[in-house]
Design a protein around this ligand. Structure first.
Ligand code: G3H
Length: 250
């Protein structure tokens, strides 16, 4: 399967930062893995133009409906229209800041499919849940509630992001990442059969150039969803290079 390096710019980036995309496209448009950058909505269209189809561009959220009286929201169709081919859904920051439930994430995923976007559906446990020994149970429930019927290897990517590892510089052990990713693959297999084998499973949470190689060598890790280290072409480029190497060695 082709690996995926996805960058989530979160609420960062001004027009001046489009230079990072130009640098990334210049250096990595022929990469031996897929590259996706999800900028804030204000930069979607100019970034898609700068990327010129050589790397993929995605949104960070979408509404479950296609249009209507929903001030401040963006539909999947609008993301597509602006040049996106994917959308991150159910990120823990959306779940925490906007009270998004698994059912909301499932509804948004269906909207993404209908618009022809790939849904990058995020799951992950809090530190308290890990300490309580309920990580696998939490992930299982999030998958069951957030990944809708109709999910395929083409339209769905799952990102495992332990909440306590996001932006903290802390990461799970490689064994802990393997344990969760293996369970995600198995759980998806029970729900979606053969399709699950081709669904890409990304790890996210404090991925950086210095730890990317060892994380990409872990079983069932098919790429990464990178926050802070995706903001600079140089750092993200190093992560892309580590993923390309992992793909060749696999
Ligand atoms: O979506 C990306 C993740 O939340 C990871 O963020 P981070 O790489 O800054 O820890």
């Amino acid at each position: 399967m082709r690996k995926l390096a996805a960058g989530n710019w979160k609420m960062n980036g001004l027009k001046a930062d489009l230079a990072e995309i130009a640098a990334l496209v210049g250096a990595h448009s022929g990469a031996d893995c897929d590259v996706l950058i999800c900028p804030p909505a204000t930069l979607l269209a100019p970034m898609a133009e700068a990327a010129a189809g050589r790397i993929a561009i995605g949104g960070q959220d979408c509404h479950a409906k296609t249009s209507g009286a929903h001030t401040g929201d963006i539909s999947a169709q609008m993301l597509k229209d602006a040049g996106a081919s994917a959308v991150i859904l159910g990120h823990s920051e959306r779940r925490a800041d906007h009270g998004e439930s698994d059912a909301d994430v499932a509804a948004k995923s269906l909207a993404a499919y209908a618009a022809g976007l790939t849904a990058v559906i995020c799951v992950g446990e809090t530190e308290a849940e890990r300490d309580a020994g309920s990580t696998l149970e939490v992930i299982g429930a999030q998958l069951a509630g957030s990944v809708p019927e109709g999910a395929t290897a083409l339209n769905t990517v799952i990102a495992y992001e332990p909440v306590w590892a996001i932006g903290t510089g802390r990461t799970p052990t490689l064994e802990q990442i393997a344990e969760v990713h293996d369970v995600i693959r198995e759980t998806l297999g029970k729900a979606f059969g053969e399709e699950a084998k081709g669904m890409r499973l990304l790890y996210g949470g404090s991925v950086k150039p210095s730890n990317a190689e060892e994380i990409f060598a872990v079983s069932n890790v098919d790429g990464a969803l990178v926050g802070g280290a995706s903001l600079k072409a140089r750092d993200f480029g190093a992560i892309i290079a580590a993923l390309e190497t992992a793909g060749i060695e696999a």
